[in-house]
Design a protein around this ligand. Structure first.
Ligand code: SAH
Ligand code: SF4
Length: 385
């Protein structure tokens, strides 16, 4: 299953709207240097130094106004302000849940909207769940995003922008050495990150840079529904922590829940996980398993799950199913989930049950769906009326 998108566009082309100033906010160091030269802001032999200066302002201090870049001469700043911007996407909606979960709907371009969610108390301090695509091609039957066609891949800059917007909102600039609120990133928002690996990898390079947001790659988790050929490259390119959306232990059931399984069945998926670079007790793979009433939640299923992951350094994350309007499943009963977890614990695997967060603002896993889609749907309904 492929995504027919042209990913060959250069960084600058990504950052530069069809007209108007170049946005420097989400470029790599190399991209920033190239943009400074291309925009005529400095001579090529000065670009490295200038880019390093700008990098700290943009990624360590979170500054978006050239006037605040006080170690850059006034005339240079004026030229900069004329030719470039350090811009954030428009935040078209912001919601804060009773439990502290925050959700932002970001508009990158007309019809290109995605959500990011900050969940306090997950990971070391708090995790930001980011989107890698608008929509998804994969149609997992329990996932709301899967009901939305792919609009397009997000660029690296657009992925980084989700982190920047969250940090603006949390008032977490400059990058704190200790006591961060946003300590982890999980690619568990909209889309399949391994169908957009180049952009995901570039975004990780930017947010893990020590002179910027400086998030350790060990605190960045990429979740995949099982794009087998890209699992190895994910490890070699990014060193990310790996999470696998398993949800079933037999091909017959997984074929219906995660249709990608028909292309990459469980045996191939497990082989790719075993070969994941850097897998060890300190860097375990997480298996995500959504609890669907009467579908995959029996004790026999729990035993089969233990059997399947035996021998791997693994964690098993049980996710109570988040229903959405029209969803064809129900969440397993709490008692069933606890019994299921007990089988896994007994076999020696940690099996945290992911407590539902942000449910009052529809911010939970699998519920992320862009506003543009809802608007399109309501427009269609009105047209039909
Ligand atoms: N496409 C990637 C990452 C995004 S989905 C993937 O599938 O792994 C992030 C996680 O949310 C996945 O484990 C997915 O299976 C889970 N998920 C999707 N819909 C859900 C729902 N309605 N309830 C609970 N978890 C869901
Ligand atoms: Fe896409 Fe992941 Fe949802 Fe499946 S679960 S439809 S791969 S976002």
């Amino acid at each position: 299953m492929g995504v027919t998108l042209d990913l060959s566009r250069s960084q600058i082309a990504d950052a530069k709207p069809s007209s108007g100033p170049i946005n420097l906010a989400g470029l790599t160091r190399e991209g920033l240097k190239a943009a400074l030269i291309a925009g005529g802001a400095c001579a090529p032999d000065k670009a490295r130094m200038r880019a390093a200066q700008m990098w700290r302002w943009i990624h360590h201090f979170g500054v978006t106004d050239f006037d605040r870049m006080t170690d850059i001469g006034k005339d240079v700043r004026a030229v900069m302000a004329d030719r470039y911007v350090v811009a954030r996407p428009e935040v078209t909606e912001r919601q804060v849940s009773r439990d502290g979960t925050r959700k932002w709907l970001l508009r990158f371009a007309p019809g290109v909207e995605a959500e990011a969610v900050f969940i306090p108390g997950v990971g070391r301090a708090g995790a930001l769940c980011v989107s890698s695509q608008v929509g998804c091609t994969l149609n997992c039957t329990f996932c709301h995003t899967g009901t939305q066609p792919l609009v397009r891949n997000l660029t690296a800059a657009e992925i980084v922008a989700q982190v920047q917007v969250a940090r603006d909102d949390l008032e977490e600039w400059p990058s704190p050495a200790e006591g961060r609120q946003l300590s982890n990133i999980v690619f568990m928002g909209m889309g399949e990150p391994l169908y957009n690996l180049d952009a995901v990898s570039e975004a990780m390079t930017i947010v893990s840079d020590n002179e910027g947001i400086a998030l350790s790659r060990r605190r960045i988790t990429v979740s995949t529904s099982g794009v087998v050929p890209q699992i190895g490259p994910l490890g070699t390119k990014t060193n990310a922590m790996l999470a696998i959306s398993l949800h079933a232990t037999q091909d017959e059931l997984r074929d219906t829940l995660v249709p990608l399984n028909r292309k990459y069945p469980i045996a191939e998926l497990m082989a790719a996980i075993k070969a994941y670079p850097g897998l060890s007790n300190a860097r375990r793979v997480t298996f995500e398993y959504v609890m669907l009433k009467g579908i995959n939640d029996s004790l026999a299923d729990a035993r089969a799950l233990v059997q399947l992951v035996r021998g791997l350094p693994a964690k098993i994350n049980l996710i109570p199913f988040n229903p959405w309007p029209g969803s064809p499943y129900e969440c397993s009963d709490w008692a069933t989930i606890e019994k299921f977890a007990a089988v896994i614990n007994k076999a020696g695997y940690a099996s945290p049950i992911r407590t539902p967060r942000g449910r009052d603002i529809l911010a939970a896993c699998g519920q992320l769906k862009s506003e543009s889609e809802k608007i399109r749907a309501s427009a269609l309904r009105q047209a039909a009326d």
